[in-house]
Ligand binder design. Structure first.
Ligand SMILES: C[S@@+](CC[C@H](N)C(=O)[O-])C[C@H]1O[C@@H](n2cnc3c(N)ncnc32)[C@H](O)[C@@H]1O
Length: 216
């Protein structure tokens, strides 16, 4: 699966996407991530990518020209839908991410907004879907794009090892959409709190039942 991320702050992605499961997924060829600097496409002689809003009001708006040219260039490399990360979009859920992870060989182009957002004409002309990661406003679309890459990637077959499978995680069909049971590891006693006896019993039928009863 190929992800192309369009941003004016490409360096933000250097650390998170180069660690742990995402790093391994890239190395194993399950996913590819390409980060593009929208500013590289501006025709403004001062390198500007934002301007004041028509109608007045606070803040700046990302101008359409660099966004449009960047999108057209990336679309040649990635046939997948263009998703604008936006608090106005539909909320990204586990169920939605599961569907997204099955989009075959197509990838995704993720557009990160800044300032007050992007010029509406880019949404009208180019955006296939607006997605929000929750009912709050962040400074930019970079964290939402990383959330999207993370949640979708871990649902692609092969990205997680058997010991890390997503099949029985919170919100999965196996847990009937519920949240996962509590986890414990060694030591058996910590600061006066004991690991539940059943989990130490070795009785797998009882452990399974305990876990089912402790999903919320
Ligand atoms: C400061 S926000 C703009 C908020 C916008 N003026 C509003 O009130 O809806 C700048 C950018 O951050 C991103 N963003 C902020 N919150 C988000 C969220 N909850 N989900 C997805 N993207 C978000 C979007 O790309 C947005 O264009």
């Amino acid at each position: 699966m190929r992800f192309d991320i369009l941003t004016i702050f490409p360096n933000i992605f250097d650390s998170y996407l180069n660690e742990s499961i995402i790093k391994r997924a890239i190395e194993a060829g399950h996913i590819e991530i390409h980060v593009h600097n929208i500013r590289d496409y501006t025709k403004d002689k001062h390198g500007k990518v934002d301007d004041i809003p028509y109608g007045g009001g606070p803040g700046m708006v990302m101008t359409p020209q660099p966004l449009y040219d960047c999108i057209q260039a990336v679309k040649k490399e990635n046939p997948g839908p263009l998703i604008y990360m936006s608090p106005r979009g539909k909320t990204l859920t586990q169920a939605k991410a599961t569907k997204m992870a099955k989009n075959g060989n197509k990838g995704f182009i993720l557009l990160c907004g800044r300032y007050e957002g992007i010029d509406q004409r880019i949404i009208d002309l180019c955006v296939d879907e607006e997605l929000s990661i929750g009912k709050y406003v962040l400074t930019g679309g970079e964290l939402p794009a990383m959330v999207f890459v993370d949640v979708v990637s871990r649902l692609i077959p092969g990205v997680l090892g058997d010991d890390e499978s997503s099949a029985e995680e919170s919100f999965s069909p196996a847990l009937k959409g519920k949240k996962e049971y509590p986890h414990y590891t060694r030591p058996a006693s910590f600061k006066g709190l004991e690991v539940p006896e059943i989990l130490r019993s070795g009785d797998h039928t009882k452990i399974k039942k305990w876990r089912e009863n402790n999903c919320s």
